[in-house]
Design a protein around this ligand. Structure first.
Ligand code: SF4
Length: 359
């Protein structure tokens, strides 16, 4: 298998589904950690194909969904300053803050620019000294290396008009918090392959041992997800647990050491507030003291006051796998992609958006 289509071939999907059905003697609860995996499961109807074998619990792996309201408010505040150009990935523009989202801030005259890479913001800062260029640095371990590189590049170019609003988060502490909860129902995990590309397997091996749960590192195509599911169900049925790499075409055991080194040259871990979930210890990344001249919160003396988000939204329960999106009373009635009440309906990786689009 070399190309995407190979991982979607109906015969390959059918063979894996058949194997899973023969292995499963009962229904098991699996959490797919990443929102991209959630979308694939619904898009390709894997939940329907395995309706009797797997109860899919959708995890917190959507960075847009879990970025705290106070950080969105800080981004909005920056965007409204006349001297600031606030740059962000497109998904963040419509996520509600306590008062407004970035798109509304832009409509009201704020300078908000969508970018594909933090390195683009460094380029913009280098050619336009009339503005303070701020990158809203959102994402998991997958996007943090590029942000760290941008900060390093800005220093080597001696830029004083570039900074970041650091909102990066780490997956393993969040998974650990969910597995530690008394409400936890998860019996096995499909771990996020893209994150493991950077981090490697060690965090998930530890989680598997500590919580005695099977973990399969998986990708995002139907065959990837089914292969990971088969591995988890085989272990569950044999009363075994381990962390296995089912995404070997991308993930190496030790991940990407160069990317890890770049991250921790610039960042250090910190406690972070996850939207709808609460503060999770050591689950965020903040700039180290020696890089603090690139910290937008310090540079602009921003007050990040903890803010309450949408009252009706049950995103916290959805993101921790306690409820399914269609159990939310507002789902598809008062909350739609055109008029989202919560972040999981906005993001292209959000579970609520997946249910709206595919169900
Ligand atoms: S459907 Fe909307 S209101 Fe309900 S949990 Fe999802 S984002 Fe929140």
């Amino acid at each position: 298998m070399k190309f995407i289509d190979d991982y979607r071939r109906p015969e390959a999907v059918a063979a894996l589904v058949d194997k899973i059905k023969r292995v499963a003697a009962r229904k098991w609860m699996l959490m797919e950690v990443c929102g991209g995996q959630t979308h694939s499961i619904l898009k390709f109807g894997l939940d329907r194909l395995l309706a009797l074998e797997v109860d899919w619990i959708h995890g917190p792996g959507c960075p847009v969904c879990v970025t705290s309201v106070e950080l969105i408010d800080a981004a909005v505040e920056l965007a409204q300053r006349p001297d600031v150009a606030l740059c962000s990935f497109g998904d963040m523009l419509r996520v509600p803050g306590s008062q407004r989202d970035l798109l509304t801030a832009k409509a009201l005259g704020g300078f908000v620019r969508t970018v594909y890479s933090p390195l683009d913001v460094v380029k913009l800062a280098a050619v336009d000294a009339s503005k303070e260029w701020v990158f809203f640095a959102v994402g998991f371990e997958t996007t943090a290396p590029a942000t760290a590189l941008a900060v390093k590049q800005a220093r080597s170019l001696k830029l004083t008009n570039f900074s970041i609003l650091a909102a990066h988060i780490l997956v393993p502490p969040a998974v650990e918090a969910i597995l530690s909860s008394p409400a936890n129902r998860i019996q096995a995990l499909l771990a996020p392959g893209h994150v493991c590309t950077v981090t490697g397997l060690k965090d998930y091996a530890r989680l598997s041992q500590d919580f005695k749960v099977p973990v399969a590192i998986t990708g995002f195509e139907p065959c990837d997800i089914l292969y990971g599911t088969l591995s988890c169900l085989e272990m569950l049925e044999q009363n075994r647990y381990d962390a296995v790499n089912c995404y070997t075409r991308v993930v190496k055991t030790n991940g990407n050491p160069a990317a890890q080194k770049t991250i921790y040259e610039v960042f250090e871990s910190c406690d972070r507030n996850w939207r709808g979930i609460g503060v999770i210890p050591s689950s965020g990344l903040r700039l180290k003291a020696e890089w603090s001249d690139f910290d937008a919160i310090e540079k602009f003396a921003l007050q990040t006051v903890e803010a309450k988000s949408e009252s009706e939204c049950i995103a916290g329960s959805v993101l921790q796998g306690e409820k399914k999106p269609d159990e939310c009373p507002a789902f598809a009635i008062r909350c739609t992609p055109d008029k989202p009440l919560g972040a999981p309906m906005v993001s292209t990786e959000g579970a609520c958006a997946a249910y709206f689009k595919y169900r």
